[in-house]
Ligand binder design. Sequence first.
Ligand SMILES: Cc1ncc(C[n+]2csc(CCOP(=O)(O)OP(=O)(O)O)c2C)c(N)n1
Ligand SMILES: [Mg+2]
Length: 350
Amino acid sequence: MATKTTAAPKKAPTKGRSTAKKTAFPKATYLKWYESMLMMRRFEEKCGHLYVQQKFGGFCHLYIGQEAVLAGMVSAMDKEDRVITAYRDHAHPIALGTDPKYVMAELYGKTTGLSKGKGGSMHMFDKERHLYGGHGIVGAQIGLGAGIAFADQYLGKKQVTYTFMGDGAVRQGILHETFNMAMTWKIPVVFVIENNNYAMGTSVERTSNVTNLSELGESYDMPALSVDGMSCEAVHHAFAEAAKHSRSGKGPFLLEMRTYRYKGHSMSDPQKYRTKEEVEEYKDRDPLSIVKDVILKNKWMTEKALTELDKKTKAEVEECVKFAEESPDPKPEELYEDVYTQEDYPYVKE
Ligand SMILES: Cc1ncc(C[n+]2csc(CCOP(=O)(O)OP(=O)(O)O)c2C)c(N)n1
Ligand SMILES: [Mg+2]
């Protein structure tokens, strides 16, 4: 099937916002998108500050700028669908409805954290919300995501697995093996490439001749879309189409989300690989500002009410920090808990 591209500007497109009052989605959807993205944004801004103050250690990869991808996915998905992603994963549980205080506690390595404090920034799991991590090995989750979807297919369930990866991860060999097997067996998996144009400091253009990443499915006949990942509307439509396809038994679908991260790759990144102007261009189409404009133009909320919402969100984030700081550290013997062992494993001999 041919690859289609929908409203997917390669470089930052024109400034200017919608003035139309007629909206593609109802009021409640825009309000939900805004609230959800605001929490992701304020939570991660706080994470950045806390990290610099050395309140928690390990890695810290911020998702700031990419929020529309998750907001649009959540409004389009079935609540029982599965999600798996890489290490830029603080926002995924928040978008899926996890109480952010458990995400903060995980960053602090506390027992109350999403992974009992044993995973940290890159390993957020929430079984209840079908979030299967949080993975630090670039590309590893591509095969795992297809495996989860295979299990659902095998058990006759109707769920779809959204398997996220970065533009850097698509250059791992596992992508091809997984695409081939998933297409052959018509596994219900939606592969989502979050193309923020950089893998650490290396741009997509420097990595490959193929820069339109939705084309990567072509040699497997996988249907694909390139999507404006800064637009909640475009993201929602794309996820809805992909999920419908996979859920109906037709097999995998590939989505390339063209998005952007405003912050560095992780916390120590001098960002010499891009210009300040490029970052500013993308900020001109910030998904939060766009949705906020729609809300204001339609008089669904006043500036004052939006300021109040921002204050409330920041206060909630402060509560998360308090919860994390007051939570206990894991006891040393916890090291031996939750470790998978298979006593009868036949291949290792003493
Ligand atoms: C197998 C493997 N190789 C290298 C690394 C080091 N590494 C960590 S992040 C990263 C870049 C990945 O970029 P991308 O997939 O575009 O994701 P983004 O950071 O943009 O979200 C690399 C090479 C790793 N973690 N795992
Ligand atoms: Mg990237």
